[in-house]
Ligand binder design. Structure first.
Ligand code: NAP
Ligand code: 3JN
Length: 337
């Protein structure tokens, strides 16, 4: 349990990464009551400085001893590090909010999107898991529709930005674009194919069933967060040459009929959702506009004319914010409330 305090010691494991840096800036932006920030990373970053609230805080090495006195530990240093260090952090008395997939499907670990299932936080025993970025964006928009009309099936195709892969992938896209525009050869270190000016239907490892791990994360995590195993989910996840924000084309089939206007009205009142849907004026969510925003943007809301009760939606959210760092900080805010 977290003891109520005026301010908390907060560690960020993976503080030098794409998600970790965003966590640090969101803690500051949202005025999270931090008495001390403890940025942790690998030995490569030991001694580097991270700016937080006007101060330069020295990055320490992630070790099992690093969590003494830490109240809340935000983890975004990869699944292996979470498996190795999160139990030690809990042992030291910290509550861990973990961004990796390491504990997401553990029945003892709540998997939380605060707009969808905040009540699940109460059941934690030291670790709370943050879902995958593609799942978070989709469910912020779909939960209110599920409450209104009971979703039976979800068919989703994602268009995921390179920042979802981390800082090396951001550099790879930038370098490939510059190289190609200068008629030079490209280097491929992060992705198996050229990502510049290309779309890769491949995110994370392929599984025996032909899907990727990313696709199956969306299937399993959706059922757990919505607390409804009856929802059918099928996903195709695609990496696109966009720096930031994941876009998703989502088709849902519902038990009860919802018109596009009814869906628009429900989503307009939903927490964390912004309806951005006026195609006649070329208004629909775009990755470049949603970048840096907290809300999940929804547009292109249409009835699926091929079935009696179906809707199509275009959902865009900032993968580093709502898809990762912001969702984790919102969980921490719920914890201290
Ligand atoms: P990234 O930009 O590559 O950053 C990785 C971070 O982990 C860096 O701070 C790195 O430290 C640290 N790290 C790596 N190996 C380490 C080690 N052996 N010991 C200690 N620290 C180590 O990656 P990212 O995009 O921020 O993602 C990090 C993790 O967050 C992912 O692996 C994933 O589990 C999770 N994530 C979740 C979502 C989501 O959907 N919710 C989205 C993206 C990422 P150095 O700088 O010292 O190398
Ligand atoms: O690729 C993306 O857009 C999201 C990536 C998420 C990710 C990257 C590396 C490891 C994850 C995740 O959160 O599912 C993991 C992981 O399995 O922890």
């Amino acid at each position: 349990m977290l003891t109520k305090k005026n301010k908390y010691v907060v560690a960020v494991a993976g503080a030098t990464g794409a998600v970790g840096r965003e966590m640090v800036s969101i803690l500051e932006e949202r005025d999270f009551p931090v008495s001390e920030l403890v940025p942790l990373a690998s030995e490569r970053s030991e001694g580097e400085r991270i700016e937080f609230c006007g101060k330069n805080v020295v990055v320490k090495r992630l070790t099992k001893d690093a969590f003494k006195g830490v109240d809340i530990a935000l983890f975004s240093a990869g699944g292996e590090r979470s498996l190795e260090f999160a139990p030690a952090a809990v042992q030291s008395g910290s509550i861990v909010i973990d961004n990796s997939s390491a504990f997401r499907m553990d029945p003892k670990v709540p998997l939380v999107v605060p707009e969808v299932n905040p009540h699940a936080i109460a059941g934690h025993s030291g670790i709370i898991a943050n879902p995958n970025c593609s799942t978070i964006g989709m469910l912020v928009a779909l939960k209110p529709l599920h409450d209104a009309a009971q979703i039976k099936r979800i068919v989703v195709t994602t268009f995921q930005s390179v920042s979802g892969t981390g800082k090396k992938a951001i550099d790879e896209l930038a370098q490939q674009v510059v190289a190609l525009l200068n008629f030079k050869d490209i280097e491929k270190k992060v992705y198996p194919h050229q990502i510049a000016f290309n779309c890769l239907p491949h995110i994370d490892a392929f599984l025996e069933n032909g899907y990727t791990k990313e696709e199956m994360k969306m299937v399993h995590e959706t059922k757990k967060i919505m607390e409804d195993d009856s929802i059918g989910v099928t996903a195709t996840t695609v990496r696109v040459p966009v720096f930031r924000c994941h876009s998703e084309s989502v088709n849902i089939e519902t038990e009860k009929k919802l018109t596009a206007n009814e869906a628009r009205a429900i989503l307009s009142a939903a927490p964390g959702v912004l309806v951005y849907d006026d195609p006649k004026r070329n208004i629909y969510p775009l990755a470049i506009d949603v970048s840096g925003k907290d809300e999940t943007y929804v547009g292109r809301i249409r009835e699926d004319e091929s079935i009696p009760n179906g809707l199509n939606l275009w959902i865009v959210s900032d993968n580093l914010r709502k898809g990762a760092a912001l969702n984790a900080v919102q969980i921490a805010e719920e914890l201290i409330r």
